[in-house]
Design a protein around this ligand. Structure first.
Ligand code: ZN
Length: 188
C-alpha cells in the first residue's frame, strides 16, 4: 500500500464543494464551502485569494494528465449547512497532489491559528480534504466566474472595468466624457 504523502490518515474526500460571493458588488465576501464526512466547513477569503485558488487549481489540472487524476464522481447532493460552526478566515491555502488516489488536496489554514514555533502551542489543525478532478475543475471555473462578475461592465464594449480609467474600444480609445462636464443644469 502506497504511503500517504501527506501523513494524514484523516484526509477525507470532499462530498460537495462550492465557491461563492456573498453581498452586494463592491462589498462582496468570498467563501469556499466544503462538505466532508457529512459536515460543512466554510472558509472565508479575500477576492484575491479566491482568484489565486482558482488559478492554482487550473494550473494543477493542466500539470497532471487525465490519466493520473481520477475523474471521480462529482458532487454528492447534500445540502450545505450555512450555519456550521466550522467557519474561519483563511490565511494560507496549499494545494497538493495525492498521487496514490489521483486527487487534488486542498489545505486551508485558519488566519488566526498560531505559529507552532512561537509559543510552544500546537497550531490549530488546518482544514484538509481531497477533490476529484471534476470537483477541482468546477471550483476553478466558478472562482474565475465569481471574481470576474464583481467588475462592472462597460455598456459600450462589454469589457469589465477595473479601478483604472477605461479606454473604450468602441469609442476609438477616447475616454468617456466625465459626468462633471456633461453639465449640471439638467432638471433631474
Ligand atoms: Zn468600453
Amino acid at each position: 500500500m502506497a504511503a500517504d504523502p501527506f501523513g494524514e490518515r484523516s484526509l477525507v474526500d470532499a462530498q460537495r464543494v462550492r465557491v461563492e460571493a456573498i453581498g452586494e458588488p463592491g462589498q462582496r465576501r468570498f467563501r469556499l464551502m466544503v462538505i466532508a464526512d457529512g459536515d460543512t466547513a466554510i472558509m472565508w477569503m479575500e477576492k484575491q485569494q479566491m482568484q489565486a485558488l482558482g488559478l492554482a487549481l487550473n494550473q494543477m489540472l493542466e500539470q497532471f494528465s487525465t490519466d493520473s487524476l481520477d475523474l471521480g464522481r462529482g458532487d454528492v447532493p447534500i445540502d450545505f449547512d450555512a450555519d456550521t460552526r466550522r467557519q474561519f478566515r483563511v490565511g494560507r491555502i496549499e494545494l497538493g497532489f495525492d498521487e496514490a488516489n489521483g486527487r487534488v488536496v486542498v489545505i486551508a489554514h485558519d488566519i488566526n491559528s498560531g505559529d507552532p514555533d512561537e509559543d510552544g502551542e500546537p497550531a490549530a489543525r488546518p482544514f484538509a480534504c481531497r477533490l476529484t478532478r471534476s470537483q477541482a475543475e468546477s471550483l476553478s471555473g466558478s472562482a474565475a466566474t465569481i471574481v470576474a462578475a464583481g467588475r462592472p461592465r462597460c455598456t459600450m464594449c462589454g469589457a469589465p472595468m477595473g479601478p483604472e480609467i477605461h479606454v473604450c474600444a468602441q469609442q476609438n480609445g477616447h475616454l468617456p466624457i466625465p459626468y462633471s462636464e456633461i453639465g449640471d443644469e439638467e432638471p433631474f
